[in-house]
Design a protein. Sequence first.
Length: 452
Amino acid sequence: MESQIERISAVECRVRVQIPWSEISPRFATKLRDLQGKARLPGFRPGKVPPHMLERMFGKSVREELARELVDETFQAAVTQHSKVPLTQPVLEEGTLNKDETFKYAARFEVPPEITPKDYTGIAVRRRPAVVDEAKVAAELKAKQEELTELRPLAEGTERTTTQPGDVWTVDLDGHIGPQKIARKDLRVDIGETENEYIPGLAAALANITLDQVGKTQVVRFSPTQERLKQELRGHEAVLTIGFRDVREKHVPALDDDFARDTGEADSLDALKAKIGERLLEEDKNEAERDARKRLVEVLLQRNTFEVAPSLVAREVAAQVDLFKRQVQQQGLTLQRLGVTEQQLSSQYRPQALFNVKAFLLLDAIGKAENIVVAEEEVEAELKEMAAERNQNVDRLRATMEKNNQLLLLRAQLREEKILDFLMSKAEVTEAPDPTPEAPAASESSGETAAT
């Protein structure tokens, strides 16, 4: 077998392969003999059809089948011989197998671009100082408060007869909103709450329900909150048969030292706030570092322009869409219910996918230029840390990751981090807060604020 490679674009090559008939002839003859034993033709006993007749009747289809096999078998060997990494299956451009002739075929395929990185040191990079967002501290306290909130049965002898904010109902639903049918069992409805409602406006529709409805059913009609409803359901009335299974009261703990001790994290509320603040500060520090590194990569891509193989971008888009679909499924939702299609998601993710692919390729090229590798000791140290965090045996974790090809991904991530560490060490880093967005200019003609 002989082969030649030519690059027809920055991301595509063509391979030309020649295989002499002397190497093909025995296989062609074997295929005809196999066919002779199976062929059934009028006037001939099984296995007695003359070879020349078989070749005249079936030779073309046998040669076409053999040609496909030869391409499949020799393509990888040919491109490997020329140190090329194919990203796609070969697209056959020419390749007809004729008897007693050398088989020649040409096929094109996508390859990674050849990148010679330049100007990747001394880049000016701004990194914002880490800060503690008090709103996030308050949100974490509220989340812990909700974790410790108890749902208690209504006290015996309670005097009120109507539900009130803070009550939590368990209900069954059966009905429809316009054309869409609704059926749900054991649904929680928090009276007075509007976040994460199964049907926007349901809690408000039940705000005046009487407590004696427990164990009963009632037909409820209401107009769902329009701005939080899917577009195709807006303007339709909700008609629901609601089975009221149970009602309980929320008992929310006060934010005090007793609450802090109940969390098991601190002995006082001030100490708990300080602990949360320290963790949030560390998280914000890491986020600020990631932001700075992304800005560095953006500058690198501006200085190093290159073409990217479409197949690489397509794979990254597909991976992003698949990840989103799995996250949606874990929440018990579907793309159809969210009112979005895979095609819309692909278009939405494409710009980020292109950035991810170009960043990976450029960082890999820089890593090769600087001979940046990950030692086995570094991988082992990372595995030990991961095993400790997950409370797993490190050998078992390694075996699982090897089985799922996650160990290769871990090595790639560690190498990318080392490359970024190197680039940041060579950059001119300044500490400065994010710039304040400029206020929109006033319209001179109308005196109104310009649209943003």
